[in-house]
Design a protein around this ligand. Structure first.
Ligand SMILES: Nc1ncnc2c1ncn2[C@@H]1O[C@H](COP(=O)(O)OP(=O)(O)OP(=O)(O)O)[C@@H](O)[C@H]1O
Ligand SMILES: [Mg+2]
Length: 343
């Protein structure tokens, strides 16, 4: 049985639609008010807008202390090393809103999973090619890309895959060519299954395949959802980010019903969180009120280190290995593996 189904079989709290207006009552911090920073590290609760130092070290085994989402942090065991690889869990990073951290999460989560000894394939499924650029590729120098893989029958996955500087993490790159695929695929037989078909050989070789989607709910994204076992929805901790989640959920459910019964929402990930602002904390609370345990315990803080690591063309886990951002993605990797393998 698919681990996602088991995970999501548990009770979900009565939902308040996060697309609705903010809670009528003024924001009340999680009860009891948490003195913990996003990574479970004790910090003095700051008044809104007053800068505080970020915690230096993440505590990955936080026991029953409260996390930034106001819930007790789960115990996240370090998974044992693998003696063989596959079959891969395919996870789409999806949100039709732009600039919410899909690409950053794909790179950083992939690198954190590779650190845990998982074989990871990153699939750049956005014609912007940000994932490829973020890993140091020049978009004009990519030879065969995911576009060729989708539309040319003599091109196979191993022709397209490149190694990254991270051991155990490979990339199927893309560039602007992919924008033509959306139009060309319309005429294809089984157009929604094109990505699923070409990724099939990766399932035996990798442990996790992460698909970085473009910010739209068009045919490319439907292809990613059709190929995936689970979806991670990165959401900027900002009010407008909550609008549109219901539409995304609706799309995921339709793809689940019509094209891919394996598909589950693996989790919603709060990104660009700024615990110093009431607004960020309020948005996170609204998210947890509406989606309960579907929201990852891990929350990614806003820090300029992510932009810096993009410029350097490497994941934050190697660019700033001890930074809170790197630690947060390591914690997310543990949480993702736990959710994938939940009995
Ligand atoms: N936690 C963070 N703190 C600060 N900046 C961040 C964070 N995560 C991502 N960023 C920056 O925000 C910008 C958008 O991030 P990213 O490209 O990952 O979003 P995206 O959802 O993939 O965007 P698009 O929809 O355009 O593909 C980038 O410049 C990135 O470096
Ligand atoms: Mg992106």
């Amino acid at each position: 049985m698919n681990g996602f189904s088991a995970y999501f079989g548990r009770q979900r709290p009565a939902a308040t639609d996060p697309q609705l207006a903010p809670p009528a009552a003024p924001f009340v911090p999680p009860s009891p008010p948490s003195p913990l920073g996003p990574l479970g590290v004790v910090a003095t609760p700051p008044p809104a807008q007053v800068p505080v130092a970020e915690p230096e070290v993440a505590d990955l085994e936080a026991g029953d202390r409260l996390g930034p989402t106001g819930r007790p942090l789960p115990h996240l065991p370090i998974p044992p090393p693998l003696d063989k690889h596959g079959p891969a869990k395919v996870i789409a990073l999806c949100n039709q809103k732009g600039g919410v951290g899909k690409t950053t999460t794909t790179i950083s989560l992939g690198a954190a999973l590779a650190e845990l000894g998982r074989r990871v394939l990153l699939v750049d499924f956005d014609p912007q090619g940000s994932l490829s650029v973020g890993l140091g590729l020049n978009p004009h120098e990519i030879g065969l890309s995911v576009y060729n893989l989708l539309l040319e029958r003599d091109v196979v996955l191993e022709d397209v895959i490149c190694k990254t500087n991270i051991a155990g993490m490979d990339l199927a790159p893309s560039n602007i060519d992919l924008s033509a695929a959306e139009v060309q695929l319309v005429q294809e037989v089984a157009r929604e299954q094109a990505l699923s078909r070409v990724l099939a050989p990766a399932i035996a070789d990798y442990d996790v395949v992460l698909i970085d989607c473009q910010p739209s709910l068009g045919l490319l994204t439907i292809n990613a959802l059709t190929a995936a076992d689970g979806v991670i929805v990165p959401l900027e901790c900002e009010y407008f980010a909550l609008r549109g989640v219901a539409l995304l959920k609706d799309t995921i459910e339709k793809v689940g019903e019509r094209l891919n019964p394996r598909l589950e929402i693996l989790g919603l990930l709060g990104t660009m969180f700024d615990g110093r602002t009431l607004h960020s904390r309020e948005v996170l609370k609204t998210l947890v009120d509406g989606w309960g345990d579907d929201v990852f315990h891990t929350v990614i803080r806003r820090t300029v280190k992510f932009s810096d690591s993009t410029v350097a063309g490497e994941p934050i886990t190697t660019y700033a290995p001890a930074s809170p951002g790197a630690q947060a993605y390591r914690q997310l990797a543990l949480e993702v593996l736990a959710r994938c393998h939940a009995a």
